[in-house]
Design a protein around this ligand. Structure first.
Ligand code: ATR
Length: 273
């Protein structure tokens, strides 16, 4: 079998080995996929050792995605724009290539698994950190009518608006604080890490209408804090990030193996694991 792995710190709770093992079984691809915890100061040597002993591809997770991006000698266009990489491999000459499949995973989960159309939609994105930067390009490529980035630190949202102004095309792209949005959106995406601390981004409940699609990029066994808040304020279409997790993994698998695995059975399996 050919060797793949996910690198992070901590890594023991990663679902990637489970996901990729299911992909390997379902596609028949000769893939062995493990988890590697790199020391916080030892990401680079961990990556080099992995490829030196014949490893074929790595996924990268918290807190190393920016380091992976910097380390790579080449970047795909989507990784370049994302400023972070979740997928590494070597090209034919042995050069380290960085890719980012997070945004493709989010868009595919919305479109294919939840039948949510971003084209023409008015989208509110909460947060302006690395996670949001990573998905903004693929979201804009769907041609929403408008994308508003709201963040606690407004300057970070403004920086993203500047960075992606060329990608926005006809999409109206703007930045604000959490207090500003006060009317229903078609789609709300929570990309803050507030729920890790059990916090909610303090956005008005007026952003939720009966037809609003609410998507939390986080996932947990129970309904996420943000999605529960949305449900409590009348939202009827609420999704967490488990589908995104599986879809970004599938896109990495496709990049490495040239084979797109089926995701629906794997998402279903993970819900019942
Ligand atoms: P990530 O890779 O998860 O995006 P990050 O780059 O540190 O990590 O960004 C975290 C995001 O969550 C930011 O938008 C952050 O807001 P600030 O830019 O103002 O720091 C947001 N965030 C984190 N904790 C939050 C909280 N308790 N309430 C609201 N927003 C929070």
């Amino acid at each position: 079998d050919q060797l793949y792995a996910v690198v992070g710190h901590p890594i023991s709770h990663s679902k990637s080995p489970r996901i990729h093992s299911l992909f390997a079984r379902n596609t028949g691809e000769p893939v062995e996929y493990t988890a590697i915890q790199a020391p916080l100061e030892g990401f680079e040597s961990t990556v080099r050792e992995f490829f030196e002993r014949g490893g074929q591809g790595l996924n990268v997770t918290v807190p190393f995605k920016e380091q992976a991006w910097k380390l790579a000698e080449q970047r795909t266009a989507r990784a370049q724009k994302a400023g972070a990489a979740n997928t590494l491999y070597q090209d034919q000459d042995g050069a380290l290539v960085a890719d980012n499949t997070d945004g493709a995973g989010l868009v595919r989960d919305l479109r294919d698994n939840h039948r949510v159309t971003l084209a023409g939609a008015r989208v509110l994105i909460l947060g302006a950190g690395g996670a949001v930067r990573g998905v903004l390009g693929p979201i804009l490529a769907q041609k929403p009518a408008a994308v508003t980035i709201a963040n606690r630190t407004v300057a970070r949202a403004e920086t993203l608006v500047q960075l992606f102004s060329e990608d926005a095309g006809d999409t109206r792209l703007d930045a604000c604080g959490f207090e500003q949005p006060d009317a229903p959106y078609d789609v709300i995406i929570n990309g803050t890490s507030a729920s890790l601390q059990g916090d909610l981004p303090p956005v008005s409940e007026k952003v939720i209408g009966v037809d609003t699609v609410v998507y939390d990029m986080m996932y947990s066994l129970q309904t996420t804090t943000f999605n529960q808040w949305a449900l409590d304020h009348g939202a009827r279409h609420v999704f967490d990030g488990l589908g995104m997790l599986v879809e970004q993994a599938a896109e990495s698998f496709r990049v490495w193996r040239g084979v797109m695995p089926e995701t629906a059975p794997v998402i279903e399996q993970l819900r019942t694991d």
